[in-house]
Design a protein around this ligand. Structure first.
Ligand SMILES: Cc1cc2nc3c(=O)[nH]c(=O)nc-3n(C[C@H](O)[C@H](O)[C@H](O)COP(=O)(O)OP(=O)(O)OC[C@H]3O[C@@H](n4cnc5c(N)ncnc54)[C@H](O)[C@@H]3O)c2cc1C
Length: 360
């Protein structure tokens, strides 16, 4: 099954109940291609994962019992076992993209900036503003976001109002199983859940939504998926490295990647520019097989590349996504501009670079 995540035309999907956790362990965990997205843990009570309490690295999924029930849920939902991109695209996005396409299917794209003065986003604050609109209009009753503590360690949060949503703003370049937050939202009784996360996490949740399976996992409660562009993510060791060599983490105000540098801005206004080459060993091993740069399966995808500083690049992919973006414009949550061909060209170049590198 090793190369099947590369295949867009999947011939035969494994039948539910055919594979269990031992297959997932052999094909994904032992091959170090687990992305730590959290989907298996979110939907199966038998799987455990060390969430990195006490500043440790997040652990890989482990089976919590001494036998392997072949229920197939973890195997079926994992984005790294098999990924029927064309099937998901047909069912969710209404069309299929070409294999070499890196922008994916989309209805429209914009440069977006928040019109809410108190939203301090990573780029244009588009993600937080769009979720705020969806939440305040009742399209979702909660949004699973990834906030952080004062040491930049990610924290999952089920945001139910505007103030809580704002805590998620900003990029955390640390691998974290944010999909576990969907389970938390369901346990809290949420019935219309929004989620923001990385391409692997969106893939996992789309598999949950489209898998024909015999279990009631509450998939109908997942209403809106906002995906982030992603070239790669890093292990928590990177934070330790930054703290030792550059600046104390409690003094870090923002982290970003621009060109070939990882930029760490501190509270005195100094920007520590770390060459990406210097931190390449901290890139998550599971990122090495990901072919998705622009979160091609999301309702709305958001990144920084393609727009000017202070604006987010937004691809609207589904009707639901369109409803959110159009409504957010009308109600004054965001303002939009067009994306220039130069910007789209840059996104294509980076997406193609990722696909080529990871196909190898
Ligand atoms: C690991 C990572 C790699 C990225 N790589 C690229 C890239 O190569 N090119 C590019 O153009 N853009 C990339 N982005 C996206 C970019 O950094 C911004 O997140 C995006 O432009 C949205 O900005 P915003 O101001 O609209 O979002 P904001 O309003 O600031 O909201 C950001 C949202 O991101 C979520 N979030 C933050 N960190 C994580 C995380 N680790 N896991 C899951 N969710 C998280 C928060 O919950 C929050 O809701 C990356 C993001 C991440 C997390």
């Amino acid at each position: 099954m090793g190369t099947e995540i590369e295949e867009r035309k999947y011939v035969r999907l494994p039948t539910f109940l055919e594979q269990g956790f031992s297959d997932l362990k052999r094909e994904v965990v032992d091959k170090s291609i687990c992305s730590l997205c959290g989907t298996c843990v979110a939907f199966c009570d038998k799987i455990r994962l060390d969430m990195g309490e006490g500043n440790n690295e997040v652990g890989v999924p482990e089976f919590g019992e001494d036998y392997d029930t072949v229920c197939g849920l973890c195997y079926t939902f994992c984005p790294r076992t098999f990924l029927p991109v064309s099937e998901i695209e047909r069912r969710i996005l209404g069309a299929e993209s070409a294999e070499e396409d890196v922008l994916g299917i989309y209805k429209s794209c914009y440069a977006v900036r928040s019109k809410k003065a108190d939203i301090k986003g990573q780029d244009g604050g588009a993600v937080t503003s769009l979720l705020a609109y969806a939440l305040e209009e009742g399209m979702i009753d909660s949004a699973v976001i990834t906030a952080s503590d004062n040491q930049w360690k990610p924290i999952i949060k089920v945001a139910k109002n505007y103030e809580e949503l704002k805590e998620g703003a900003g990029t955390k370049y640390t691998l974290y199983p944010s999909v576990v937050g969907v389970k938390e939202a369901m346990e809290e009784g949420c019935a219309a859940i929004g989620f923001v996360g990385l391409p692997c996490q969106i893939q996992g949740l789309r598999k949950v939504q489209t898998a024909e399976q015999p279990y009631d996992v509450g998939k109908e409660k997942i209403k809106l998926l906002v995906g982030l562009f992603c070239m790669e993510n890093f292990t928590a060791d990177l934070l330790e490295f930054i703290a030792k060599k550059y600046v104390k983490l409690e003094n870090v105000k923002k982290v970003d990647i621009k060109g070939k540098e990882f930029l760490v801005s501190d509270d005195e206004g100094k920007v520590h520019a770390i060459p990406l080459e210097e931190i390449k060993d901290y890139i998550g091993e599971g990122c090495s097989v990901c072919m998705d740069y622009t979160a091609e399966l999301a309702d709305i995808s958001v990144g920084s590349v393609g727009s000017e500083g202070g604006w987010s690049t937004v691809f609207v992919r589904t009707e639901r996504g369109e409803e959110v973006v159009k409504g957010a414009i009308e109600k004054g949550y965001i303002e939009v501009n067009g994306i220039e061909d130069k910007g789209l060209g840059l996104i294509r170049r980076l997406g193609t670079k990722k696909k080529k590198a990871n196909k190898i």
